[in-house]
Design a protein around this ligand. Sequence first.
Ligand code: HEM
Length: 181
Amino acid sequence: MKGIVFTEFMDMVEQGWGMEMVDDLIDATNPASRGAYTSVGTYDLNELVGYVVELSRRLDAPVPALVKAFGVFLAGSFVKKFPVFFASARSTFDVLREVDRHIHVEVRKLYPDAELPVFSYRDVDADTLELIYESTRNLPDLAEGLIEGCAGHFNEILRIERTSVQMEPVPQVVFVITRVA
Ligand code: HEM
């Protein structure tokens, strides 16, 4: 996983629970990287999983909720750090339709070894988008948080349902997203 994801995660932890919590997570999980990340580096996803599990233990909060919260935070960071991807979009659906064919294509130019998910979509009607997420990393909670974070940016309220999950050959989750307001 690219270092930018790790540095953003540590920023979220620091902003939410302080620098001491960042140090505690690193001390408790003893990662090979020693917790020193650069945005262009590549690191073991298990280090991130370790932090989330440890944070979950310390806060007594469920792992999926923390991963989703990180997705919301990450969307806010992307809006600030990559405003160009949001400039011509007027809604979350506009962004989601562009993730696979544009945003992540540009991300790959920036980080050639990025391991990106595959998204496809179907417009059900003006207020409903079906988004299919496929990834061997299998991080649907992160995807859902990113979607909610985008909704926050556009001041939209979305209802997000996960309608099906397949594990083989590649984990796949279908989100049915309805714009409520
Ligand atoms: C400006 C917008 C975006 C940028 C710059 C961006 C960038 C990235 C980067 C750098 C990674 C890590 C790849 C790696 O570590 O190898 C990533 C992964 C990911 N992105 Fe995006 N992304 C953006 C928008 C979105 C949106 C809107 C979604 C919607 C759901 C999304 C879903 C994901 C997911 C779920 C992953 C985790 C990897 C996986 O599931 O396989 N991204 N993205």
